[in-house]
Design a protein around this ligand. Structure first.
Ligand code: FES
Ligand code: FE
Length: 465
């Protein structure tokens, strides 16, 4: 019998209660993963402990809390947290749990407060979580509280920002945010930090529950292969390139993975520029102005050279990123989609999303629509409409994906079904184009399983001990 849910201090591998090592769920040579990873409560519990309680996770966009005292209540993993704007305009992330007996401090989803007072016995904490005092302090504690303010203040998470998205990490010993991003920083900053005043969220995030394991979404982010089958209806509406041309932007381009498990799909835009009537020798600036990156107006493309390197601009123009995933709980979709107005037509979509695992067969999705702060109102509305019509509660691309995620989740309920494996043998190999500046492992060509398998390798590394 293995040690249930424990990583031995000496580095012994994680194991499940039936003796199976978590690492046995992966066949590294055949590149296969047991479908059991989507089913077991024990695996879920280990993920919450070893992944979500130790990783950088997005919880808000800073534009949701513009004024001192503004806060939103969110989850980072299974833990409720309060994201608070301080008087010095920095941002705190507080565990929503009183240090006296553990009561939730706050039930409101958002608001503005000078401090947080626990409803149970009345202990009060400031915006940075420091204990301010307690009712009847002298009668109850005779000064002992004052001597222990640090120990009795709220648990906090580390906070970092990227393009205004607020990330938190409960593990104060975890690598800092830039180290966590590693080579992926170059790609993400090209998507998130393009203009002088940066991005803002268009309203609060949409939220919905999905009856599937969170990894079915996370491992799919680098999967270009499913687009023309599962998303055939989107293809018929012209959202995924044109006709059956394999150069169509969903299938061919540059996939990227980094050792940290982050993945990105960049698409070949040659056919799109041809359709737009641009000459083959158009400059990068002309390409960006002709079809601005989602969320950016043609006018605002003039600010891009002030913020990005020539290599980043070349990537945005020639092989624009469409899907990026940060291991383990974040993605960004930035592409052209259908549904840009009430009369139809194309529009830009730009969403940042996070998933909050609730159970082995359930996660909650939060989806923020992003747009440049200085974008004109018409573009803002078009981006909002296209984004929520493709992703979010009623998004038709998301509904397609939900079919696959929930379909697999039904299979793994059966003891026979979950003996099967998920297969990743279609490998292109690392083949970085000479003139491509981005780091990490780069796979150019038809989107195969390379980046998806890299995601699983990172997962196995963290979970396998
Ligand atoms: Fe919060 Fe007692 S549990 S004051
Ligand atoms: Fe999809």
């Amino acid at each position: 019998m293995g040690k249930q849910g424990a990583l031995d201090k000496a580095g012994e591998a994680l194991s499940l209660s039936d003796g199976t090592l978590v690492s046995d769920l992966f066949d590294q040579e055949k590149r296969e993963v047991s479908l059991r990873v989507y089913h077991d409560q024990e695996i879920f519990d280990l993920e919450m402990e070893h992944l979500f309680a130790k990783s950088w996770l997005p919880v808000a966009h800073e534009s949701e809390i513009p004024n001192p005292g503004d806060y939103v209540r969110r989850y980072a993993g299974l833990d409720s947290c309060l994201i608070v704007r301080n008087d010095d305009m920095s941002i705190s992330a507080l565990l929503n749990a009183c240090t006296h007996r553990g009561m939730s401090l706050c039930k409101d989803e958002k608001g503005n407060r000078a401090n947080f007072k626990c409803p149970y016995h009345g202990w009060a904490f400031n915006k940075k979580g420091k204990l301010l005092g307690a009712p009847f302090e002298k009668q109850m504690y005779e000064g002992a509280l004052r001597e222990n303010v640090d120990a009795l203040s709220l648990t906090t998470a580390k906070v970092a920002e990227l393009g205004g998205m607020v990330f938190v990490n409960w593990d104060h010993d975890a690598p800092d945010f830039d180290t966590y991003l590693g080579d992926f920083s170059w790609y993400l900053r090209a998507v998130m930090e393009r203009t002088n005043r940066g991005l803002e969220a268009v309203g609060p995030p949409q939220r919905h529950i999905m009856r599937a394991n969170w990894k079915l979404l996370a491992e799919q982010l680098a999967d270009g292969y499913h687009a023309r089958s599962l998303h055939e209806s989107a293809a018929q509406m012209g959202a995924l390139g044109h006709n059956n041309d394999p150069l169509s932007w969903a299938m061919i381009g540059i996939n990227v993975s980094t050792p940290g498990g982050h993945t990105m799909r960049c698409v070949d835009f040659r056919s799109t520029y041809q359709m737009a009537g641009l000459s083959e020798d158009a400059s990068v600036a002309e390409m960006l102005a002709a079809i601005p990156p989602p969320g950016v107006s043609a006018d605002l493309t003039r600010e891009i050279p002030d913020n990005l390197t020539p290599g980043q601009m070349k990537m945005l123009a020639e092989t624009p990123p469409v899907v990026a995933g940060l291991f383990p709980g974040t993605d960004f979709f930035t592409m052209m989609g259908v549904g840009g107005s009430d009369k139809g037509g194309h529009g830009p979509l730009f969403v940042a999303r996070t998933w909050i695992p609730r159970a082995p067969d359930m996660f909650e999705m939060l989806s923020w629509v992003l747009v440049e702060r200085d974008a004109p109102d018409e573009l803002r509305e078009k981006t909002r409409l296209t984004s929520i019509r493709n992703f979010g509660i009623s998004g038709f691309i998301e509904q397609d994906d939900a079919e696959a995620w929930q379909g697999i989740q039904k299979v793994v309920q059966g003891p026979v079904g979950r003996r099967q494996t998920s297969k990743y043998q279609a490998q292109l190999g690392i083949n970085r184009p000479d003139d491509f500046e981005g780091g990490g492992d780069v796979y150019a060509g038809f989107s195969r399983d390379d980046a998806q398998w890299a995601w699983w390798k990172r997962y196995a590394e963290v979970m396998g001990g």
